[in-house]
Design a protein around this ligand. Sequence first.
Ligand code: ZN
Length: 242
Amino acid sequence: MARDITKLHPEARRLALQLVDECEKEGLVIKITDCLRDKAEQDALYAQGRTEPGSIVTNVKYPNSMHNWGVAFDFCRNDGAGAYNESGQFFTRVGAVGKRLGLEWGGDWKSIVDKPHFQLAGWGSTPAKLKQQYGTPEAYMETWPAQEPGWEKSADKRYKYRKDDLTLAASEWLTINNHWYLFGADGWMLTGWHRWNPDTRTVDPVDGSGDWYFLDNTYNGPLEGACWHSRDNGAQEVWFVE
Ligand SMILES: [Zn+2]
């Protein structure tokens, strides 16, 4: 199903979710529409207006759409003003937010301007490069990192945590195996002393606000990253949650 965001390349999925959040902060309510389009879906789209009723909506056959490679997604307006109502520079403003996150925006293309479209940057507007490098979408997908909920260790021995909805924990506390862990804005599990401002949900806010927490920094220890708190008598104890 083309609307299934979990079928996207992990990076495209992460950015799509982030885009929705960032847009909301600016009062731009959007909905992600088409994501990965498999062969049957692209064939059906191509048939529309040709061998099937309706008007022509695409000139590309599988696998010549970036959507067939899982690196592209579309969005529409979701604030009740009409899905493709451009009033208030809506699509241009969303385009700017996406570009800030590092996405390529179809509204910047010269030949076919495609304002409701985003994709991973660096591949160009057609899948020519992807085809050359991987051959088929299936072969390309084989190279994608596997995604499952749980801890993810980086090459430089730091940790992120993927939640059940497959998004990464960021700027939040999570209870994992009875212990509290704090994650920074960029998703890294934190160790050592850090501040947390619950009102702004910010880790180590630059204005110096927030309360201090100590997160076990014993590298590779059983409680690495787990939160400690101080008792009334000044002792520190690990924060265990039943
Ligand atoms: Zn698109």
